[in-house]
Design a protein around this ligand. Structure first.
Ligand code: UT7
Length: 343
């Protein structure tokens, strides 16, 4: 059985920087730079311009990951795309990305399978686990795994929506998971979910049990109340569960691998709130040089946080071959996961 390792990483964020002050000035949100920094660590985030799709952010990230893996798009055997902000309701974003990568064109067109994963903040780790299983089973040699989000279009950028709107930003990360005979790569994955909390962080644009499934006016035009249109979150409950689940799943992963936290060279925590990660770091006694963050610059990019961290850490020389890496995420569902890899 081959090992599965991350052969290339890539990331892309849209150029427009939106600072906390701009949330106040441009959108009129009743908040302060101080409140957002103190509670979350976020200083700014990126917003895509109208006309940009989530897959437009994913494309350069994917191209970079493929190039850094020393591959061409046509070397891919599968695409796995994690997002909660897909281009359309259906089809999934994976097929749009496949098309944009040029895989469907020319005499060498390669109609590789494209799978969309809907696991929000844990989506990248669920996708990584799936790609690993595909590669280890011999079903695929190179799998492109993308985590990408275009949140800015669906944020309630008013004071009413400030709790959620001040947290999220746009961005994309990608990795290629490849087969290798070397003794390296993804060693384990631990994934979990607790559907009792499915409504605690959710965006319920429609209710398929209702007729019509979206309320309509007399002309038959769909009408969405803000509480249906935008994500709602019980922040404190999410926070409490995030620290508990992330700590537990990391411990489970260590036990599975016969290691302790001290054996891990780099921790890539999901970037939902700097305070969550600082709490984990403190309680586990992890030194600063073993942790990477980007929430200060990008906010919470959901499925994209960890692949962006990986790409930036590799680019900055903080992530090198031979290092043991822990990736830990928690989010809506609730869902969570930890992947341990020898880089
Ligand atoms: O990736 C998905 C997972 N998501 C998370 O992990 C998020 C976890 N939760 C959190 O990060 C925090 O709960 C938040 C940062 C979202 C909120 O922090 P909090 O300390 O839990 O604040 P809160 O929601 O309890 O709100 C406290 C106060 C409220 O005012 P009142 O009712 O006490 O008068 C809010 O209305 O802060 C107010 N508030 C704000 N004030 C200024 C909420 N958002 C803002 C804001 N600016 N942006």
């Amino acid at each position: 059985m081959p090992n599965a390792y991350i052969s290339g990483t890539g990331s892309f964020v849209p150029p427009r920087v939106v600072t906390n002050d701009e949330l106040i000035k441009q959108y009129g949100i009743d908040t302060t730079d101080e409140w957002i920094i103190q509670r979350t660590g976020i200083r700014e985030r990126r917003f895509a311009e109208p006309g940009v799709f989530c897959t437009d952010l994913a494309l350069p990230a994917a191209q970079q990951a493929i190039e850094r893996a020393g591959l061409q798009p046509h070397d891919l055997d599968m695409i796995i795309y994690a997002t909660l902000s897909s281009d359309h309701c259906f089809p999934g974003s994976g097929v749009y990305l496949q098309r944009k990568l040029g895989l469907c064109e020319g005499p060498n067109a390669k109609f590789v399978p494209a799978l969309d994963v809907r696991n929000q903040c844990s989506g990248f780790l669920y996708s990584l686990a799936t790609a690993t299983s595909m590669v280890k089973s011999g079903g695929a040699k190179h799998v492109l795994v993308v985590g990408a989000e275009l949140h800015s279009a669906a944020l309630d950028l008013t004071t009413r929506g400030r709790t959620v709107a001040s947290l999220f930003g746009d961005g994309a990360g990608a990795v290629v998971v490849s087969a290798t005979d070397e003794d390296r790569g993804i060693r384990s994955w631990n994934l979990g979910a607790d559907g009792r909390y499915a409504d605690v962080l959710a965006q319920k644009i429609w209710d398929i049990s209702k007729r019509p499934f979206i309320p309509q006016n007399e002309q038959g035009i769909g009408q969405l109340a803000p509480e249906m249109m935008y994500a709602l979150m019980d922040g404190k409950l999410v926070f409490k569960n995030a620290v508990e689940r992330m700590m537990t799943v990391l411990m489970e992963a260590c036990v599975k691998n016969g290691i302790t936290g001290a054996d891990i060279d780099l921790f890539c925590f999901h970037q939902a709130n700097l305070r969550i990660n600082q709490w984990l770091q403190q309680h586990l006694g992890i030194p600063d040089e073993k942790v990477v963050h980007n929430i200060q610059r990008y906010g919470n990019t959901t499925a994209a946080t960890i692949p962006i961290l990986l790409a930036e850490a590799e680019r900055d020389g903080k992530l090198k071959k031979g290092m043991k890496v822990a990736m830990i995420a928690f989010g809506s569902g609730f869902t969570w996961g930890c992947v341990i890899a020898d880089w």
